[in-house]
Design a binder for this molecule. Structure first.
Ligand code: GN1
Ligand code: MG
Length: 359
């Protein structure tokens, strides 16, 4: 099925005037399409869902629909919106092509996104966006959601997967990563702390975004105020520390995710202060003491988890994350490890900042 037909089925317009590939996410394939109809031209974000990663795209789209309807039905909170997808004539929010690929589209916002930023206002706004998202979902019945990627942040399962990859070493890459493997394996007990706390019931389950990196927030291009969080594919039951930790490791890092000069990779406490202030702005008032402590652990654990995921993907021949050049996953893993080491040296300050902003 060509793009013209897909856009028509998604009711974006009569014809496609322009189509550009967007490079941003590591998972789905995204395009900016301009479609013409009798009302003029409109821009949309058109995406092909990665079916290798999302085995149940219908479940993913159903989760997104439920969540966005729930948030948008609430009295507007700081102008925050949840972005839903366009519907076809049959009411579905996706089209399936002859290859079994799922396509979806939504309005293309005239806004800005950052892979990385030093602007503290933007960072606080990113914290507000992710915190607010979870705050607005407090009370949502998580049992109606599909698990879009089972065991996504389950570090116990992820260590098992890494250990299997090490046994097979199918691409003969193990030796080259000896130091990285050693660091990750030596942190196994610590990295399992959140999952075990959740399993014991010490940390409550909520509805979490689960992919809170910097470029999954969109900002007003003039005021830099957060407009919305995007990339809602991984919304699932989870614990707050996943979102807080993943956001902190992404947003408070001083470098890009595949920086080669590891001396440039640091955890910036000034950025962390701004991010935490935003994240806990409303959410802080509903979190328990255990949850607040878990946030501090989350920063380190989510960093180690992502290092493990990049490394495992490298060992398995780069089948999961999109890569733009050879060894990118290895560089990504090294970068997260350098960040984790810096986070370990700043644990005390991290705790002080979290408790400063908890009410
Ligand atoms: C992926 O799709 P994107 O680029 O926003 C990944 C996240 C990782 C991130 C690292 C579904 O996010 O878990 O933290 O790359 N998403 C999925 O850059 O695996
Ligand atoms: Mg993304």
């Amino acid at each position: 099925m060509d793009i013209n037909v897909i856009c028509k089925l998604l009711q974006l317009g009569d014809s496609v005037v322009n189509c550009d590939v967007l490079h941003g996410g590591n998972i789905n394939t995204s395009y900016k399409v301009t479609c013409a109809s009798e009302n003029g031209e409109n821009d949309y974000l058109l995406q092909r869902i990665n079916k290798n990663v999302f085995k149940n795209p219908v479940g993913v789209m159903s989760n997104i629909q439920k969540i966005t309807e729930y948030i948008n039905a609430k009295p507007k909170n700081m102008g925050f919106i949840a972005l839903g997808y366009n519907t076809c004539a049959d009411g579905k929010t996706f089209v399936v092509d002859e290859n079994g690929d799922f396509w979806r589209a939504r309005q293309f916002l005239d806004c800005v996104c950052f892979d990385n930023t030093d602007n503290l206002k933007v960072i606080e706004q990113a914290g507000i966006a992710f915190g607010e998202f979870q705050y607005l979902l407090d009370g949502f019945d998580a049992s109606v959601l599909f698990e879009s990627i089972p065991y996504f942040h389950n570090t116990v399962k992820r260590y098992g997967d890494l250990e299997n990859a090490l046994i097979f070493d199918s691409y003969n890459r193990k030796q080259e990563c000896a130091n990285e493997i050693e660091f990750i394996l030596s942190n196994k007990a610590l990295a399992s702390k959140l999952v075990k706390g959740a399993m014991r019931g010490d940390i409550p389950m909520r509805v979490t975004h689960n992919d809170t990196k910097c470029n999954n927030v969109v900002f007003d291009k003039d005021t830099f105020e957060a407009l919305s969080v995007i990339d809602l594919d991984t919304i699932m039951p989870g614990i707050t520390a996943y979102d807080f930790g993943d956001g902190a490791r992404s947003i408070c890092c001083t470098s890009l995710e595949d920086e080669k000069d590891l001396n440039k990779v640091k955890f910036d406490l000034v950025k962390f202060d701004a991010f935490t202030k935003g994240f806990l702005h409303h959410l802080g008032s509903i979190l328990s003491k255990n949850e607040l402590y878990s946030l501090c652990d989350g920063v380190l654990i989510m960093t180690i988890e992502l290092a493990l995921r990049f490394l495992e993907d490298y060992l398995k021949g780069d089948f999961y994350f999109k890569t733009r050049y050879p060894k990118q996953n290895l560089y990504r893993a090294r970068c997260q490890i350098a960040l984790a080491k810096d986070i370990i040296s700043k644990q005390k300050e991290i705790e002080e900042i979290v408790f400063k902003y908890s009410k």
